[in-house]
Design a protein around this ligand. Structure first.
Ligand code: ADP
Length: 422
């Protein structure tokens, strides 16, 4: 017994369980310490001797006989590796592996399970519980034991590196989220600040246009009307920006009312038919006359349709056609399907998955007659449709036209109704 105790080197290291002391320092690396958990003293001694004999490294060791002793040893000393017998007086080696993972989540040492017969089930359980490796007791000798510990170290080193990279990634991710929130907040504030003087400028311009400040020459009237169009365009951009930030912050809730869809479509095209006419694009509405009324946020649905119809007109050449159809969905009769189709320029297949992304434009040149966009319209549209519990799909043939299909539930889906709605 005296000899056995002599053979085992016990190195005492102080550490805090939650502190990075578990992450071995260079000095500690010089004296790697193995905890042997084995209730057969002779076998435990054998393992300690093999470790002493060493491979490239010389390991010190501490021997304990049970799960509880092992855990309490780990509380007071830093081990680089725990060598665990499967059968222990107060449980199995797999139980100990699981408890080490649970009670020492920051520990970056290796756990190696020793099995009597190398049973595959035990090995699988051990690895699943978090063991780094296993060895059959029959195969233990100085060389195999040292080799397996080295191999386990390599795995631990990889795990350490992975953990470091994960930490770095999550820090970067947090930083990006913070930056994103700052930017969103910034353009929300700026948009608001700019909208007020812009509204005033538009109002004064309208007064000039209406002759309230005296008659205008034809040339002056033309310039004023162009200035009003520019103000309207800017206002739309700022509204889109504000809308985006509100959607991102989940600050938009729907106010439902019972509506005739045909009425909403008529409202949506009200300001667009003049543009279509000017552009010589035929605008046709076809609504199934027996459509049931629908419960939606009327203003929001008008916004969705106006955006889709506006885009359809914008991307259709002179002489083309834009059609708006509404009918009961052929797939689910508690949904209404609205199709906005055009005979316009179409969208290449590779762009289709991206068109709902914020700020995405297939090409950034707009058409002055309907106003250049910011690439926000479809992303806002999609989010509003989703808030209603609906879907939006697009089909397009490059060069011949595009069809957007919006499906909206006739009655709102329960968990989508806000407290102040209906
Ligand atoms: P924008 O306001 O810039 O038009 P959107 O988000 O509404 O932004 O649309 C994104 C892009 O999708 C547009 O820039 C355009 O390239 C493409 N797009 C949308 N609708 C159509 C359409 N009906 N026909 C062709 N391209 C379209």
């Amino acid at each position: 017994m005296f000899l056995m105790e002599q053979a085992v080197t016990t190195i005492s290291l102080s550490f805090d369980k939650k502190s990075p002391a578990f992450d071995t320092s260079p000095e500690e690396k010089n004296a790697p310490l193995v905890l042997i958990v084995e209730d057969d003293p002779a076998f435990s001694y054998l393992c300690a001797s093999h470790l002493e004999a060493g491979g490239e490294e010389h390991y010190g060791s501490v021997q304990v006989e049970s799960i509880e002793e092992a855990l309490s040893a780990m509380q007071s000393q830093l081990f680089h590796c725990v060598l665990i017998d499967y059968r222990l007086p107060d449980g199995t080696g797999v139980d100990l592996v699981a408890r080490i993972c649970q009670e020492f989540p920051d520990w970056l040492g290796a756990t190696i399970l020793m099995t009597a017969d190398g049973s595959e089930d035990i090995v699988a359980d051990g690895l699943r519980a978090g063991a780094n490796d296993y060895i059959s007791k029959q195969n233990i000798n100085a060389e195999s034991l040292n080799r397996i510990i080295e191999r386990a170290y390599e795995k631990v080193a990889l795990r350490k590196e992975l953990r470091r990279q994960n930490l770095e990634l999550s820090n970067t991710n947090q930083l990006l989220q913070d930056r994103n929130a700052e930017i969103t907040d910034f353009y929300h504030k700026v948009s608001h600040e700019i909208k007020t003087p812009l509204t005033a400028a538009r109002m004064f311009m309208s007064m000039l246009d209406e002759g309230l400040a005296g008659p205008l020459t034809d040339e002056q009237a033309e310039l004023v009307s162009q200035a009003i169009a520019s103000c309207n365009e800017l206002t739309k951009h700022f509204n889109d920006l504000i809308e985006c930030t509100r959607l991102e912050a989940h600050k938009i809730s729907l106010t439902y009312s019972e509506e005739e869809l045909s009425r909403l479509i008529t409202r949506s095209v009200a300001s667009l038919s003049a543009i279509a006419e000017e552009k010589q694009v035929e605008l046709k509405i076809q609504c199934d006359p027996v459509l049931p009324s629908i419960q939606v946020d009327a203003g929001r649905v008008v916004q969705v349709l106006a955006n889709l119809i506006g885009n359809a007109i914008k991307f259709t050449e002179k002489g083309g056609r834009v059609a708006v159809n509404a009918q009961l969905s052929s797939e689910a009769n508690d949904f209404i399907e609205i199709c906005v189709s055009d005979t316009g320029i179409g969208i290449r297949e590779e762009h289709l998955p991206k068109i709902y992304e914020r700020l995405y434009q297939v090409n950034s040149t707009g058409d002055a007659s309907t106003g250049a966009g910011l690439g926000l319209g479809l992303s806002i549209t999609k989010e509003i449709v989703a808030l209603h519990g609906g879907t939006i799909e697009v089909q397009s043939n490059y060069g011949t036209g595009t069809v957007f299909t919006v499906k909206l539930p006739i009655s709102p889906i329960k968990d989508q109704i806000g407290e102040d709605s209906l």
